[in-house]
Design a protein around this ligand. Structure first.
Ligand code: TTP
Ligand code: MG
Ligand code: MG
Length: 487
């Protein structure tokens, strides 16, 4: 038997627990921008029709005395770990599926803790006494039904669907309750007049697979109560994504491209941090009229570099006609696997393979810079706008130096060294790879600082040869507010 445990109004309940003045109040947990959307609403706020993903301004319209509490993700993650720890005391087979829910297979736990219902009650009790929070639990012979059951009597619910009750429950189960049904499948099922899982039984697998693809086959199995998925203990995260609701709707392709790049890099970094690679990249676009589209592409060879993710994301983005302004943009990866698993390599590396490998090593080096110097230190040049600072009154004469360097300077190692030297001397500027293999560096600072930096280029830069130095005096403050590295 499978248990599905889901916390009640999770973020809101944690805040109501920690701040007694929020008890019995209509509370929403929300980001702080004007365009923020509700993460979750307390059950008191839900009585006003407020729910997750609702724009805050709309929630405020529905409830004048709404209390808005900022998101404290670190805290929720901590509480989430505590919840998972409680569940793990009752079964070795626990699969966390999101921050506030988990499956537990309790088939083998009867002798220790009793029948599934007794185990569910003990888990609920322990979460309440240890963490002062409530949850709802569904019990069923298969995973997807356990999840549906946990939602049936929220909050503080306990719903048991036995094997005998299964056929009756399945027959009347509205298809929109099935986890993971996309809008396209919903539309197609509407055309076929499928409203409940019982309706699915009117068709055979071949027909359903023709109409609905792979999902059609799964749908038929689910309608018979067959769900092959097992509770996976050390389940790898199934997907990683990064998205933002933009401060203002945009329509400019290049602006969107930069945002996609930033998200791709973030997702890539997250993948590498977790030692994972991905075989599928997707983008998500929400338009100003709130319509949402997603596009995804599978690839044969796993990747983890931000650049490779970006190229796929961009090719997906380019296929989307931009007729409306964009409100939200996101990049996601899925079909994750451990980076340690040996990957079957093509005998002849495909075009771009070398480039991909190079990008991965660039990314790993940049990850190290991030760890050492903080996240604002390095970014692809396109993401770091150059800001010209106005000259402070009575400002000093500054000098700008352009250096062309050849030799073995491509490696990020060199650029890390340059970065350190630049920090030490106090110059600002950038280093950039040129198409012919040489490197261009531009520094600005006081004549003294620039002289020191020039000395470093001649003597300190590892395995490189300075080809040309052009120095000029300029009566202005530096153009570059920080040091940057251009790819
Ligand atoms: P859910 O379990 O979907 O919702 P919930 O726990 O708030 O309420 P319920 O009692 O109905 O289970 O999500 C868990 C947490 O994830 C939720 O507290 C906040 C966060 N979340 C978002 O940030 N955005 C969303 O759109 C959703 C659905 C959840
Ligand atoms: Mg929940
Ligand atoms: Mg949940």
């Amino acid at each position: 038997m499978i248990l599905h445990i889901d916390m009640d109004a999770f973020f809101a309940s944690v805040e109501q627990r920690d701040k007694p003045e929020l008890k019995n109040q209509p509370v929403v947990i929300c980001g702080d921008s004007q365009r923020a959307v509700v993460s979750t609403a307390s059950y008191e706020a839900r009585q006003f029709g407020i729910h997750s993903a609702m724009p805050l301004f709309q929630a405020r319209q529905r409830c004048r005395h709404l209390v808005v509490v900022p998101v404290d993700m670190e805290k929720y993650a901590r509480v989430s770990r505590q919840v998972m720890a409680v569940i793990s005391q009752f079964s070795p087979l626990v699969e966390p599926v999101s921050i506030d829910e988990a499956y537990a297979d309790v088939t083998g736990c009867r002798t220790l803790f009793g029948p599934p219902e007794a185990i569910a009650m003990q888990i609920k009790q322990k979460i309440l006494t240890d963490l002062s929070l409530t949850c709802s639990i569904g019990i069923a012979p298969v995973k997807f039904l356990a999840k549906i059951a946990s939602d049936m009597h929220k909050p503080d619910g306990l719903t048991h669907i036995s094997r005998e009750q299964m056929p009756a429950v399945l027959k009347n189960l509205p298809i929109e309750k099935i986890p993971g049904v996309g809008t396209r499948a919903m539309k197609q099922m509407g055309i076929l007049n499928i409203r409940t899982l019982g309706d699915v039984q009117r068709f055979d697998t071949d027909f359903l697979s023709k109409k609905l693809g792979k999902f059609g086959v799964r749908l038929f199995q689910l309608s018979c109560g067959i769900d092959e998925s097992r509770v996976q203990t050390r389940a790898l995260r199934k997907s990683i994504s990064s998205e933002t609701t933009l401060a203002a709707d945009i329509s400019d392709f290049h602006e969107a491209k930069d945002i996609l790049l930033a998200h791709s890099r973030r997702v890539g970094r997250d993948l590498r941090k977790k030692g994972l690679v991905c075989c599928s990249v997707s983008i998500k676009i929400k338009f100003s009229d709130f319509t949402l589209i997603t596009r995804s592409r599978k690839i044969d060879e796993p990747i983890c570099s931000g650049e490779a993710i970006f190229h796929l994301a961009l090719s997906l983005f380019e296929q989307v006609p931009l007729k409306k302004r964009i409100r939200l943009l996101g990049v996601g990866v899925s079909h994750l696997q451990s980076a340690d698993v040996p990957v079957q390599m093509a005998l002849i590396p495909p075009a771009g393979h070398r480039l991909k490998k190079q990008w991965e090593s660039v990314d790993r080096a940049v990850d190290r810079i991030f760890e050492k110097f903080g996240r604002d230190m390095v970014a692809p040049a396109v993401l770091k706008p150059m800001t010209a600072k106005p000259l402070p009154k009575g400002g000093k004469m500054t000098q700008s130096m352009k250096v062309l360097i050849s030799g073995k300077v491509q490696r990020v190692f060199f650029r890390m060294e340059t970065l350190k030297a630049a920090q030490k001397t106090g110059v600002t500027g950038y280093v950039k790879n040129r198409a012919d293999g040489s490197v261009e560096a531009v520094f600005q600072g006081t004549p003294d600082q620039v002289a020191q930096m020039e000395k470093w280029c001649h003597t300190g830069a590892p395995a490189s040869r300075v080809d040309q130095v052009v120095t000029e005096d300029m009566p202005s403050a530096p153009d570059f507010s920080t040091f940057e590295i251009r790819y």
